[in-house]
Design a protein around this ligand. Structure first.
Ligand code: 13P
Ligand code: ZN
Length: 275
């Protein structure tokens, strides 16, 4: 048991959960985190596995057959992950059909993986293919400023992307592909998982209206940094809108094009419309 907790990827996972808690993004059991383990990482901890019964995932992820994931538990609090990880998180294995999972380690006092497992796994499947296997982390958080914006901005990808890009010069460099928006839907099921994973084909960020955000990334630093950057931009927009509804000056479409050229990023013209 202690050996598993000392492993680099488990330590990274725990630190990220703790960082999210410190940001105030995880009231009660809000939010969830998953990490697709490398083959050698799974091999290095296999001796500690105690497999439980197979359970249906609730959706189908055939490309993730036989993969192992480290996942937060449903109803578990991010604030407890660092002090009691074996109670709060678990490792799961996906079967050869991609229809079922089983817990192989963790959740020592019972429980099951996050209720958002269908969304996490469908996002993993899409991002693994889109990134050539590089993306390994999917993170869901209840980020207050981004949620607040879903009450006052039209729920359109092009509006959220452009407004958040304008709030901080680094934003288009950090998320050049933009942001997708899922209208309000019942969380925890297959339908919202399908809608989110559809957006994840194009973006690394999906906002869930009146709920929170999903982000995807290659490692813990990049994925946490992406959530942090989007939420900070949303905070600036909330502050700006609170001061006055319009802007005296801002970053123009041509400014974005100049930035894209110097920073060697591609900024799609669909987000550089004249207002
Ligand atoms: P879980 O506790 O099941 O992970 O649910 C938290 C959450 O944020 C649901 O969207
Ligand atoms: Zn949530």
């Amino acid at each position: 048991m202690s050996k598993i907790l000392e492993t680099g990827f488990v330590q990274g996972f725990i630190r990220m959960a703790d960082d999210g808690w410190k940001q105030g993004w995880h009231e009660r059991n809000g939010g969830n985190l998953s990490y697709r383990m490398k083959t050698q990482e799974a091999e290095s901890v296999k001796e500690y596995f105690e497999p439980k019964d197979w359970q249906p995932i609730g959706t189908s992820v055939p490309k993730l057959a036989k993969e192992y994931f480290l996942v937060t538990g449903s109803g578990k609090y991010f604030r407890n992950v660092s002090i009691n990880p074996q109670d709060s998180i678990c490792m799961i294995e996906i079967d050869e059909t991609g229809e079922n999972y089983r817990i192989v380690w963790g959740l020592v006092n019972g429980g099951r993986p996050t209720s958002e497992l269908p969304s996490h796994l469908m996002n993993h499947e899409v991002k693994m293919a889109a990134s050539g296997g590089k993306h390994r982390v999917i993170y869901h958080a209840h980020t207050a400023n981004t949620i607040a914006l879903t009450f006052v901005l039209p729920l359109e990808d092009r509006i959220f992307t452009r407004e958040l890009w304008e709030m901080a010069t680094e934003c288009p460099v950090v998320f050049p592909d933009g942001i997708g928006v899922v209208p309000w839907m019942v969380p925890g099921g297959r339908d919202i998982a399908v809608a989110t994973s559809e957006l994840m084909k194009k973006y690394d960020v999906a906002v869930w209206a009146h709920h929170g955000m999903f982000v995807s990334g290659e490692d813990f630093d990049l994925t946490f940094g992406l959530m942090h950057t989007v939420e900070k931009s949303a905070e600036i927009l909330v502050k700006m809108l609170s001061m006055r509804p319009d802007k005296l000056q801002t970053i123009s479409p041509q400014n974005f094009r100049d930035l894209a050229a110097d920073f060697h990023v591609n900024l799609p013209e669909e987000f550089l419309y004249e207002k």
